[in-house]
Design a protein around this ligand. Structure first.
Ligand code: NCD
Length: 312
């Protein structure tokens, strides 16, 4: 639950605003739902979820849809601006006002910073919760929930872990949410590895200083892989890259080559929010440590838990 007192309804903007208790509650619910899905088949019968996606998405949109359907509810929405009145110039606030009248909860993906807070302020008047499905390069809270659910499932703990984060640390919203989530569960050691132009944003590093995370800069994967419990790889966010020349120059650095796996621990888990591009070759899929598809599937259970808590 967000600690933003401005709103009476519960909204989900970012992991940084959630209490540890609320997060743990979602993880517990998700694990109960994963074990007994049929028990929840009618939990949200008669309810409607809006999926308002201004940006491309496969997993977030479809796993929210699957989650709502598995809870007995229904969905409506759009997956791009094409074919909607946004193309005619309709504002975010007018679109949200309308969706608040059509549905019981809104999942919003939008490229602009602050978009989710604005939407929540509007939907709040109608008692309709808003959930961020990813806002700009800022936060992707439900992705972080499914990420830590997956980590807990394999490692049975969320502290004392050595976590490698690799790829585009500057523009990846999944990375910032994951770090805030891990920062809430005690001491974890983070080894971060990226091209210098894609390092963590200064603002994020500053905000993380109040957590117990121990941050170490790594220079290559070979140097860290043997000590890792979790390796979290991200693609380069081409659409947020200011310079296409630079994108082409760095896109193949930081690839997880199969030969690097010789040094990996048996219980290492390799994660990726997906979609992958070049950073995890298909040859890695046959290693037992590859968990990214299980991680994506966990998105359904985690989002079922979130919807079940927020929609009344
Ligand atoms: C991520 C996103 O949209 O931020 N994808 C996802 O939701 N699973 C990661 C990405 O696009 O690279």
């Amino acid at each position: 639950m967000n600690e933003d007192t401005e709103h009476q309804t519960s909204h989900i903007f970012g992991i940084r605003y959630m209490t540890e208790n609320f997060i743990q509650g979602i993880l517990d619910d998700a694990s109960e739902i994963k074990q007994n899905p049929s028990k929840y088949a009618e939990a949200l019968k008669g309810k409607i979820l809006s999926l308002a996606f201004w940006e491309a998405s496969t997993r977030t949109r479809l796993s929210f849809e699957s989650a709502m359907l598995r809870l007995g509810g229904k969905t409506l929405g759009f997956s791009s601006q094409a074919g909607t009145s946004i193309e005619k110039g309709e504002s975010l606030s007018d679109t949200i006002t309308m969706l608040a009248g059509y549905s019981d909860c809104i999942v919003l993906r939008h490229p602009l910073r602050g978009s989710c807070k604005l939407a929540a302020k509007i939907a709040d008047k109608y008692g309709v919760p808003v959930i961020s499905g990813g806002s700009g390069s800022q936060e992707h809270p439900t992705q972080a929930l499914l990420d830590i659910f997956t980590i807990q499932e394999y490692h049975h703990r969320l502290s004392g872990l050595n976590v490698g984060i690799v790829g585009d640390l500057r523009y990846s919203r999944t990375i910032s949410s994951l770090l805030f989530a891990l920062g809430k569960f005690g001491r974890n050691t983070i080894y971060y590895l990226s091209h210098p132009s894609l390092h963590l944003q200064d603002e994020l590093v500053y905000d993380l200083e109040s957590t117990d995370l121990e941050m170490h800069k790594a220079t290559n994967l070979a140097e860290i892989i043997s000590s890792l419990d979790v390796l979290y790889v991200t693609r380069l966010q081409k659409e947020r890259f200011p310079d296409p020349m630079l994108y082409n120059k760095v896109k193949e650095s930081y690839q997880l080559r199969p030969d690097l796996m010789k040094a990996a621990k048996e219980d290492l888990i390799i994660m990726h929010p997906l979609p992958r591009v070049d950073e995890i070759p298909y040859a890695i899929d046959r290693f037992p440590q590859a968990k990214y598809f299980e991680q994506a599937k966990n998105g359904v259970y985690t989002r079922m838990a979130v919807l079940n808590r927020l929609i009344h």
